[in-house]
Design a protein around this ligand. Structure first.
Ligand SMILES: [Fe+2]
Length: 263
């Protein structure tokens, strides 16, 4: 109880950035996994799209600039079904800002993030096989936006992959707070760690959600190791409704345009 109270106390102290009320609520749950020690943590947006996704704008460099301005220490580029942007951005990271190559793969069962993946992985494989492919490539599979209608992996599908994943995305910037909370509860119930990512398709919203890593070691291996130890969590604020509504309209239009095929 004291630990939880302390977590809330620190989260109120750290309200100077753009992060608001939901952060405080979720960090309380997050403290189950993460020791709250103010500035001695890394904040990394682990779910971002650039112009290399065919439904997003902005270059990887644009994303990095915005995230640095917002005080984050890293990002994972997770374009839809391609690592082309990751290949082109290899040189943009620095010792103070971590850039993790990644991908968001459209599996037959919904979307899956692969962190530290440097090769394309075919789409439409089962989620079980896709998780194995990510691991074989030295990457870390993360289940994003669990309850999303068209692209979320169904909760029942967690069971067959549970032993091979360490974390699910407990805070997605495009999901409403109630859904993020529901996902956070699933992570706790299934003894999984959590990540956070803005799922931004426009640099203006990069960093709205991020992963808290209880470390100051700004290296890919170190961050992945913390995820594997289930010691990370996600927090942030939800992207404004006006933008999410416009994106939903656009997504439906693109879905129809593709002949009712999911991205
Ligand atoms: Fe995404």
């Amino acid at each position: 109880m004291g630990y939880l109270t302390l977590s809330f106390y620190f989260s109120f102290l750290d309200e100077s950035r753009m992060h608001g009320v939901y952060r405080n609520f979720l960090i309380g749950i997050g403290s189950f996994h993460v020791a709250v020690n103010g500035s001695h943590m890394l904040k990394i947006d682990l779910h971002l799209h650039s112009c290399f996704s065919n439904d997003a704008v902005g270059t990887p460099e644009d994303l990095m600039k915005v995230l640095q301005k917002r005080g984050l220490q890293g990002m994972a580029l997770t374009d839809h079904n391609t690592i082309e942007g990751c290949r082109k951005m290899q040189k943009i990271g620095s010792k103070d800002f971590l850039v993790i190559p990644g991908i968001e793969i459209s599996t037959a069962d919904g979307h899956l993030l692969g962190l530290n993946v440097a090769e394309d992985i075919p789409r439409n494989l089962s989620v079980e096989e896709t998780v194995e492919r990510v691991i074989d490539l030295g990457g870390e599979p993360i289940v994003p936006h669990l309850f999303r209608l068209l692209s979320g992996i169904k909760k029942e599908k967690l069971k067959p992959i549970q032993k091979n994943i360490s974390a699910i995305e407990v805070f997605n910037g495009c999901s409403v707070p109630a859904t993020n909370l529901k996902t956070a509860k699933v992570a706790r119930a299934w003894n999984l760690g959590g990540t956070g990512g803005s799922d931004s398709h426009d640099p203006a919203y990069a960093g709205f959600a991020y992963t808290v890593v209880d470390s100051t070691d700004c290296r890919i291996d170190s961050v992945l190791s913390e995820i594997r130890k289930k010691r990370t969590w996600g927090e942030g604020v939800t992207i404004p409704l006006s933008y999410r509504r416009d994106r939903m309209v656009l997504s439906i239009r693109q879905f129809v345009h593709r002949g009712f095929k999911r991205i």
